[in-house]
Design a protein. Sequence first.
Length: 389
Amino acid sequence: MITDLVWALVLLLLVAYTVTDPPGPAYPGPWWAVWATAGLVALPVVARRRWPLAVLAVVLVVAASATAVGVAGAGMLMMEFVPAATALYTVAAALPPRRSVPALLAALAVPAAAIAVFYAARLPSLPTAAGSEVPLWAPGEIGVTGALLAICWSVGRLVGWRRDLAARLARSQAHTAVVDERLRIARELHDIVGHSMSLISVKATVANHLADSRPDEVRAALAVIEKTSRTALADLRRAVGILRTEGAGEPGVELAPTAGPAQLADLVSNAEGTGVRVRLRVDGVDDLPQALGLTAYRVVQEALTNVIRHAAPTTCRVDVEGSAGTLRIEVTDDGPPDPTGATPGTGRGLAGMRERVAIYGGSMIAEPRPEGGFRVCALLPYSPVGEAG
């Protein structure tokens, strides 16, 4: 607002000066008419951002009327329309072309008509060209004024286009952020629910088959189901609590330690409860970044889930090793590559693992082994925590 007020005062002085001391003949009338015209032409510019079209219309009408009746400086009539050019710039920047283009056409036509009237009415009383510092030529003044208005409109249109582009880019980035967040949530929920439900499904099947013949094993299976269900429910509540409070400025839920290599033993214990024999080896992971440790945990979790679902009771080996800035995660099993009783999957688990690995610029292989079973191997580059920064 202050900037617009200062600019309006500058325009007021500019218009008044060019009317009273132009290169051609000056306006011979009273001084108050000059200042009144300058004020009516320039001061509305203060409100151009709020009412761009209305300000342009007022400024154009006043400037054209003053020019037509002779309250203008011959040879510099374009200066009377500088406030209109300012308003036209704002119209082009703030409004779409379907509204700013008609405004441009009007802004070109009105001054042209006013300048033509000025010269037609006053040319006989004007001195000869020799008595003027500039040529007194109506087409020349019309052309210069039109060029000024067209340039201001073009610059305003360019500014408006860049603003629209920036707004579209911001909306696109916001949409991408929402999609990425949804994918992150989907991966977390898949990892939490998928692994737990696989354990529950296997143990429920065992309990159902052994309900009459081996009650002790049934009770053990039900105990695993109970423990797994409670753990999954707690994880879900924690995840939902975080989603509800995240970004809202609330204290949020109390967070459990982020899963990582230290929790792999619990993961293996749960898998062994389904009948899978797991050999775990973890080495050189003390300097892993926390986020990469979570990724390692989730990759192993999904790989073990697939073993439980698809390989039936089998032997599985889990190797997690950090060395020379590369984390290697390998999970292999010796189950049949296509067991008859395998639980069908959606394929989202492997896709989720690949997405997690790709975030860190890593690579992953998931393939059947020639000797039977399946192999998942991921390599992720990282900078040890002590060397970060």
